[in-house]
Design a protein around this ligand. Sequence first.
Ligand SMILES: Nc1ncnc2c1ncn2[C@@H]1O[C@H](COP(=O)(O)OP(=O)(O)OP(=O)(O)O)[C@@H](O)[C@H]1O
Ligand SMILES: [Mg+2]
Length: 438
Amino acid sequence: MIGENVTEAIPSPKDSHRRATPVDVLEDSVLIKRGAVQLFRLVQLATELAAAPDLDALLRTITEGLTRLLVATRTTIYVYDEKTGEIWSRVADRLEIREIRLPLGRGIAGQAAKTRQLIHVPDVSKSEHFAPEIDRKTGFVTRSILAAPMLNMKRELIGIVEVLNKKTWTFTEDDEELLRLFASYAANAIEAQILEEAMRRRERMAAVGALAGSIVHDIRNMAALVNGWIDLIQPGAAAGTGSTREIVDVVHGEIDKMVDLTEEVLDFARGIEGQVVPHRVDVDRTLQDVLRVLEREFQINGVKLEFVPGGAGPAKLDVRRFRRVVLNLGQNARKVLPRGGTLKVTTRRDPEKKTCHIEFEDDGPGIPDAIRPRLFTPFTSAGEHGGTGLGLAICKSIVEAHGGTIGVRDRKPQGTIFEISVPGDTIGASGQYPLDKA
Ligand SMILES: Nc1ncnc2c1ncn2[C@@H]1O[C@H](COP(=O)(O)OP(=O)(O)OP(=O)(O)O)[C@@H](O)[C@H]1O
Ligand SMILES: [Mg+2]
């Protein structure tokens, strides 16, 4: 505790050295009974934790169980992200599934993470550390907080567990003790689950890699064959005019997409870092070319595709791979947009940072809350479209292999905006920029 008072609601059994009166005995027996019930609930919760099938279920079990155990209103778990030095919340309870990030030291949870101490704040209005922006974000009104660091066996920080608003008066010393005890147990359960998920993911990726490797080769050969046959059926069709030529173009295009897709999975499973072969290209022109591939698909589905180039300038891109990012983002939007919906692709250059920015803005239903925190990780998919959930993970790995970033935000009043930024290449004093040959 740091300088905050705990108001005890019930007398401590430590006072029992006085001569016991019938009232004392009665109180003691009530306390013992209450303690036994708490202990029983704690053991029950520990058993439930052990049975949780995945990290989401585990975090949900902890938050719901602790809220019940400590007779509170809500529990939030923050996971410590070693890479960024922040703590972030992935699941709180059924009402709160948005991601909240706090640097160490910010808010009560951030303080508990920084000091690695249990912190009890009976009244947040009197606390200098309370961060009101979280309440503003979630619409929840916090009155009191009990926050404990979750440390693993090696005393490393795994996260913070924060219990809010004791329903009966205020949190007691017993509550503090119970939370302290539970936090270390939860830390180990969470760590084990994170490790297991990473292992499961690696195994899955290895399996996908092996499978993709064996079929990519065959598919490439078959595609070359089919392409050859099409040209044979209709000699000179590719050079012809009108509908025949259009049909042949579409079939060739679809076959290319199929080959691309299988290669994409293979690339991803093997990891594409170090494999990127960038060339100096004009970002706007490259985008224009790739978006043309999507035009027909959008047209058939009655979805508008707008391109508003804003002079993004040159960048070093592996066009074949960058194409996949654009196709993935385009197809994702197309899948969720109803007839009449719009995907607008815009570009701009940040002259100060020398970066190229591309935005994919749609007026669709928005990213489902349930998958938001895991959006760019493999096998995250939602909706009835039956995706594998690899698209955005692939986009992220490709953009990052170019030294860029990809992010997502909500569009007002509705829809989603994906933003990509990549380092721009130099532009001469005259404003001219010669490009590499394709
Ligand atoms: N523009 C968008 N608007 C709303 N939801 C989206 C949008 N883009 C992606 N999503 C959601 O994110 C999920 C993950 O997308 P991702 O591209 O990673 O996988 P997928 O499209 O489901 O499968 P795959 O791309 O592997 O075929 C989608 O299932 C969809 O629910
Ligand atoms: Mg997709």
